[in-house]
Ligand binder design. Structure first.
Ligand code: GLN
Length: 203
């Protein structure tokens, strides 16, 4: 468990592709806002994982990130860190990768899911007309949060230990399973740190 008087909390952001800097900077703001002695850094190689306490898998292109995780030998260690209880946040493409089941598009593109959460996702679920949009997400225990959706996935179904904690209308867009949090939207783009509090609470 992380406590405020522990050593610096180190969060790695998988930095192979996608919106990495945005997460690093949003985490920095959240550390300041919540008085956490923390450091967020890029993770590109397996040895970078040795020095972090938790991880963010950013948005980007899920097929590309899944292939790069294998190519750069990160995939197996990310899976074992999750099993050891390290907090992990996946956003948008990262949310897709955390799932155990994907739709036809995920299958057709040969995207290798990490299967860390008991959930099924539909990639690009909101259709071309709604490629990107903003909508308030009703988040359990937090209230309304400004959701930025960019070719976002939908959490179609959850089972087992996975629980939906955020929705827009009837659509599931945020889920948690023990130490793992998956958001189909982009909290790193809103300037509203409250979302990161949910993540920091997992440490
Ligand atoms: N639709 C993209 C994918 O699943 C994700 C988009 C995003 O991360 N902004 O690869």
């Amino acid at each position: 468990m992380f406590t405020l008087d522990m050593d610096t909390l180190k969060v790695g952001v998988i930095g192979l592709q996608g919106d990495v800097e945005e997460h690093i900077s949003a985490l920095g703001s959240a550390f300041t806002e919540y008085g956490v002695r923390g450091k967020a850094s890029w993770v590109r190689r397996e040895h970078d994982l040795a020095s972090v306490d938790g991880l963010v898998i950013p948005g980007g292109e899920s097929t590309t990130i899944s292939k790069l995780l294998v190519k750069f030998d990160l995939r197996e260690r990310v899976i074992s860190m999750a099993g050891e209880g390290a907090p992990i946040l996946g956003t948008c493409a990262g949310c897709v990768l955390l799932a155990s089941e994907g739709d036809e598009l995920v299958k057709r593109t040969g995207t290798e899911l990490l299967s860390l959460m008991d959930m099924a996702v539909d990639r690009n679920a909101f259709g071309p007309q709604r490629e990107s949009f903003e909508a308030p997400v009703a988040i359990e225990g937090l209230g309304e949060y400004p959701g930025v959706f960019i070719r976002a996935p939908l959490i179609r179904r959850v089972w087992g230990k996975c629980r939906v904690i955020g929705k827009i209308g009837r659509d599931n867009v945020l889920a948690v399973q023990r130490n793992i949090l998956a958001a189909s939207f982009h909290p790193e783009l809103t300037g509203d740190s409250r979302f990161y509090r949910l993540f920091l609470d997992l440490f």
